[in-house]
Design a protein around this ligand. Structure first.
Ligand code: GUN
Length: 301
């Protein structure tokens, strides 16, 4: 049986269509949501993500500011830059592309971002709000995108066993927090596996929904997947391929061709989780602008 392909690109386009209406309402009130993306260094993968974020802003008519800083940017300079953006009324969302160079304390950088502009939802205040499920913070783009993608295909995770491979602060940990909440699109039983997990296969084969976010091409093989499971591939790994137009291409963490024969549904790479991440970042930027307007005493959008 061939798995249903969960077309993240199409669902992301739908999310962006929904945002256009909200952006038009803001524009009528004289507000153009603005996103600032800071990149320290010249990592090619990061540069490509930053470009995609800028393009998405352009497509939606959002203000976008890309701040490309040298790899040796001192930490205090970065903190000053963030402070300036915190006080800039044209900017509603601030994002520092990860990873940052080793001489920079990532915790300090995240803590310096105004939580109301923290569209990545990495600030401890937003992480706490997400864990509590209070709904007045932001949700991080990739895990939120996965939740929206599953819901768009009518895949209800309530009562299901979701197994997540990878415990990063960007994907694994927040996805567990989001899917274990009480309520719509959640109520799952979640297991998080990682590099120290014993007998990984014994756990992954119990998954109704298996999510992999480890950044290793071909990590999830067909024997790790239960027949009929839903498989979400968060990986984006560049591999050399002389037959590809640029000499390389991107593959996920899942052995797609083998696993699609066993799964009931699977996300492709590219055009799966990636476009959802970008769409949910735009969603957070629009939400931040709406909230900023509300705080200024404007009517609730
Ligand atoms: N690096 C990989 N994913 C992300 C993300 O979602 N946000 C930021 N800021 N950096 C990343």
């Amino acid at each position: 049986m061939g798995a249903r392909i969960l077309e993240g690109k199409q669902v992301a386009d739908g999310v962006k269509r929904g945002l256009r209406e909200r952006i038009a309402v803001l524009e009528a009130r004289g507000v153009v949501p603005g996103l600032a993306v800071i990149m320290v260094g010249d990592d090619p993968a990061s540069a490509s993500y930053v470009n995609m974020k800028g393009k998405a802003c352009q497509e939606l008519g959002l203000r976008s500011r890309a701040l490309r800083m040298p790899v040796d940017l001192p930490e205090d300079e970065l903190l000053k830059l963030i402070d300036g953006l915190n006080h800039d009324p044209e900017i509603n969302g601030i994002l520092v592309q990860m990873p940052v160079p080793k001489h920079i304390d990532v915790g300090k950088v995240i803590a310096a971002i105004d939580p109301d502009k923290d569209v990545d939802a990495f600030h401890p205040i937003n992480v706490g709000k997400m864990l509590i499920g209070s709904g007045d913070g932001f949700l991080p783009a990739t895990p939120h995108g996965i939740q929206v993608l599953l819901a768009a295909y009518g895949i209800d995770v309530a009562g299901k066993h979701v197994v997540i491979i990878g415990r990063s602060n960007i994907v694994g940990k927040p996805l567990a927090a989001i899917l274990m909440q009480k309520g719509k699109g959640a109520d799952a039983t979640v297991t998080v596996c990682h590099s120290r997990t014993r007998d990984l296969r014994a756990i992954t084969t119990q998954a109704d929904v298996l999510v992999c976010a480890v950044g290793k091409a071909g990590f999830v093989t067909a024997d790790m997947v239960r027949e009929g499971a839903v498989v979400v591939d968060v990986g984006s790994n560049r591999i050399e391929d002389p037959a590809a137009p640029r000499g390389y291409r991107f593959v996920g963490d899942v052995d797609f061709e083998a696993v699609r024969e066993k799964a009931s549904a699977i996300t492709p790479v590219p055009k799966g989780v990636g476009p959802m991440t970008i769409a949910m970042l735009m969603y957070n930027t629009v939400l931040a602008a709406e909230r900023a307007l509300e705080r200024q005493g404007g009517p609730k959008v």
